[in-house]
Design a protein around this ligand. Structure first.
Ligand code: MN
Ligand code: MN
Length: 329
């Protein structure tokens, strides 16, 4: 008999359309069996979207992702990985938020994620919410990983680099999480890889900070033209360093993922997004040493038939599988 690190209801007996909703039908954190503690990943929501520069509504993202995740099955065909046998996973509910103040919200969400049980073992996986929440979860991941010298490495999927110093006079918004993270010493820009960047932008200066500080940018166009060469080079440089992975759903083309607040055309197909993540397992270096992750910017009111939230749930699964593969090694 195989061990179940994550106890899942048998969907052939308890159907996926029945019961209370948690991410992936994983147990609530308070319900995890004693033999499965400490858990590997605490999945929680950050329902905050007052850090957006355009359309609001991502505060409803965590609920929508959980709803669509009911159809997320645990076995990964390509990796031959049964995630519930390798990782202990749980839904930790939603963080408190500070609805009218992005800087205060960052502190509130960071405190919630820092206070999750078993730091050093349990890693925080955040469902956004807008991208300003990522600074909060990165802060928590950095502390929980024992404040690694030089800060975390970052694998960043997005249409936007999110390194503007300010937007409409505000220093805390979804346009600025990574410049703040560098200033706080929790992110090493020389080990930051931004994949899927595309325009148009307000000005060419929008990329200046990232370029001046050694961030590696792989535009969507460049990846189509050159493939994985630049990605592999930086992945090799990162090696086993503690790494955070952030996935802004707007890197996927709005045809596939219309439910987002700052849509950018010409993005990845849903298949390409999955393939990019799977590459980190099959590439020359092996799965990264993840200490925290998130999927952000899902805006259900602009979604069609739940597509965007469904893709988001599968992106969460792909990221967790990378860690499952690493643990299995
Ligand atoms: Mn972003
Ligand atoms: Mn974006």
């Amino acid at each position: 008999m195989t061990t179940q690190r994550t106890k899942l209801a048998d969907a052939r007996r308890t159907p996926r359309f029945a019961g209370l909703v948690t991410f992936g039908r994983y147990p609530r954190i308070e319900d995890v069996a004693p033999e499965n503690r400490p858990i590997d990943w605490a999945i929680y929501g950050a329902p905050f979207d007052s850090g957006v520069t355009y359309r609001p509504g991502a505060r409803f993202g965590p609920r929508a992702i959980r709803e669509e995740s009911q159809y997320l099955k645990p076995y990964h065909i390509e990796h031959d990985l049964m995630i519930s046998e390798v990782l202990s996973l749980a839904d930790a509910g939603d963080s408190a938020v500070h609805t009218y103040d992005a800087e205060a919200n960052t502190a509130t969400v960071a405190q919630f994620a820092t206070d999750l049980p078993d730091p050093g073992t349990t890693k925080p996986f955040m469902l956004g919410g807008d991208h300003s929440n990522t600074l909060a979860n990165m802060r928590a991941a950095y502390h929980r990983a024992g404040k690694p010298a030089g800060g975390l490495a970052l694998l960043h999927f997005d249409s936007h680099v999110d390194t503007l110093d300010e937007f409409l006079g505000e220093r805390y918004s979804h346009a600025s999480p990574f410049i703040r993270a560098v200033e706080e010493g929790i992110l090493d820009p020389k080990r930051m890889l931004s994949v899927g960047i595309k325009g148009p932008l307000n000005t060419r200066d929008d990329l200046a900070y990232a370029r001046d500080h050694g961030v590696t940018i792989v535009t969507c166009e460049q990846w189509r033209r050159e493939g994985y060469e630049t990605i592999d080079r930086l992945r090799k440089a990162i090696g086993d360093a503690p790494t955070y992975l952030t996935f802004d759903i707007d890197c996927i083309d709005p045809v596939f993922a219309p439910g987002t607040g700052t849509p950018s055309v010409g993005g990845f197909t849903s298949y390409e997004a999955l393939a990019l993540l799977r590459h980190f397992a099959s590439g020359p270096i092996g799965p990264p040493n993840l200490v925290g992750a998130d999927v952000v910017e899902v805006l259900p009111d602009r979604d069609v038939a739940g597509n965007t939230a469904l893709i988001a749930a599968h992106i969460v699964f792909e990221i967790l599988c990378l860690d499952g593969l690493r643990k299995r090694c």
